[in-house]
Design a protein around this ligand. Structure first.
Ligand code: FMN
Length: 191
């Protein structure tokens, strides 16, 4: 039996995480700033190591600029990411310096805490978008240097991730999640 998704906030958490998927087809319909702000607020509330909050979210909804940024995500081979310029909104997550404690802790423990933090915040954005009936896709493949210049990101900072937001056509397919089986990913009490 297929899963039926409701566009309002009556979804439970499991339905919401199933509803979120990487959407790669967008119609020409803007996303309101109210909804975008809700998504950014959801990210702002995400946990982070030592509460460092090592992020700035650059929202690109100016059509001309968004098209330029979108084009800088398209791969040469196999037209990878060619859907991105269709999306009405692209959010660039800029990695900020964490607190000194986190930086030192990360060095000692050999952990990239700020990147973990950004991953969590990014998923908050996508889940909030899904709750609003807005489609999203995280993007790790892009011309970072070119996009930094387009968005006036200082040279010494980096963009960790982009996220598209937008609306899919009514007949856009919801895919069943392809994931490793539970017994392949979980072990209790011993590796
Ligand atoms: C860090 C990261 C980078 C990703 N980069 C891209 C990308 O550049 N282009 C793309 O189409 N999808 C990208 N994805 C989406 C993944 O392909 C997708 O999450 C995965 O296949 C699972 O599918 P689902 O998101 O629909 O559940 C990325 C996802 C993550 C978490």
């Amino acid at each position: 039996m297929g899963i039926i998704f409701i566009k309002t906030s009556q979804m439970n958490f499991y339905e919401l995480i199933n509803k979120r998927q990487s959407d790669r087809l967008y119609i020409d319909k803007p996303v309101s700033r109210e909804i975008i702000d809700k998504c950014i607020n959801a990210a702002r509330l995400a946990p982070s190591a030592s509460n460092s909050q090592p992020w700035t979210f650059v929202v690109v909804d100016n059509v001309e600029l968004k098209n330029k940024v979108g084009k800088k995500t398209v791969g040469v081979l196999r037209s990878f990411n060619k859907f991105v310029p269709q999306a009405p909104v692209i959010i660039a997550i800029v990695l900020e310096k964490p607190k000194l404690l986190t930086e030192l802790g990360g060095r000692v423990k050999k952990k990239e805490f700020p990147l973990i933090d950004i991953g969590i915040a990014a998923e908050h954005i996508c889940l909030q978008a899904a709750e609003e009936g807005v489609a999203s896709c995280m993007l790790g493949w892009f011309d970072e240097q070119a996009i930094k210049v387009l968005l006036n990101v200082p040279e010494n900072k980096s963009i960790s991730l982009l996220i598209t937001l937008g609306y899919t056509p009514d007949d856009y397919k919801h895919r069943k999640k392809i994931r490793k089986e539970m017994d392949k990913v979980v072990r209790y009490n011993s590796y």
